[in-house]
Design a protein around this ligand. Structure first.
Ligand code: HEM
Length: 149
């Protein structure tokens, strides 16, 4: 459960970073591959489209947060897609750390302990929802509308 204050912190910090979305996503993936170089081969050589897809999806998820966090539209589909990419539950923490790092870099003085705590909680909720997808229900390939192939 998120508090109304946490939702405000996450939304307003996201808006600030979104103004420089390209920088943020570049820092995010650079940091991820620095922390876990072994996952680099899972990703395409050209990350341009993925950077855009990632930040767009995060915008949708952040925009849909409510105090019950019951909605998270598309998180299940996203989780199922990630199973197909070979993503495992143990990959989520390092990606979360890279995300926190890139927000901290992007926000500078606006990055406070309260903002960090709220982001850790939100990432945990999204990751949990993605991980909870039952792999047995992923029999048909699902393509995100955001995905350009
Ligand atoms: C909050 C968590 C995450 C979000 C919001 C997210 C978002 C996305 C989005 C929007 C895409 C584009 C394709 C699609 O929509 O299915 C994508 C692709 C991908 N993500 Fe994530 N992701 C998350 C976590 C992770 C984690 C933990 C990994 C582990 C390494 C990962 C690895 C990948 C890979 C390998 C692709 C496919 C790249 C490709 O072949 O085009 N993601 N992600």
């Amino acid at each position: 459960m998120l508090t109304a204050e946490e939702i405000v912190r996450v939304r307003s910090s996201f808006d600030r970073v979104f103004a420089n979305a390209t920088d943020m996503t570049t820092t995010f993936y650079d940091r991820m591959f620095e922390l876990a170089p072994e996952i680099r081969p899972m990703f395409p050589a050209d990350m341009t489209d993925l950077k855009h897809d990632f930040i767009s999806k995060l915008a949708v998820l952040v925009g849909s947060l409510d105090e019950t966090t019951g909605l998270l539209p598309g998180a299940d589909i996203l989780g199922r897609n990630h199973l197909r990419y070979g993503v495992r539950p143990e990959h989520y923490p390092v990606v979360g750390e890279a995300l926190i790092w890139s927000f901290a870099r992007g926000l500078g003085a606006h990055w406070t302990d309260d903002v960090e705590q709220a982001w850790r909680k939100v990432y945990g909720i999204i990751a949990q929802r993605m991980i909870a997808v039952d792999s047995s229900s992923s029999s048909s390939p699902i393509t995100s509308p955001l995905r350009r192939t």
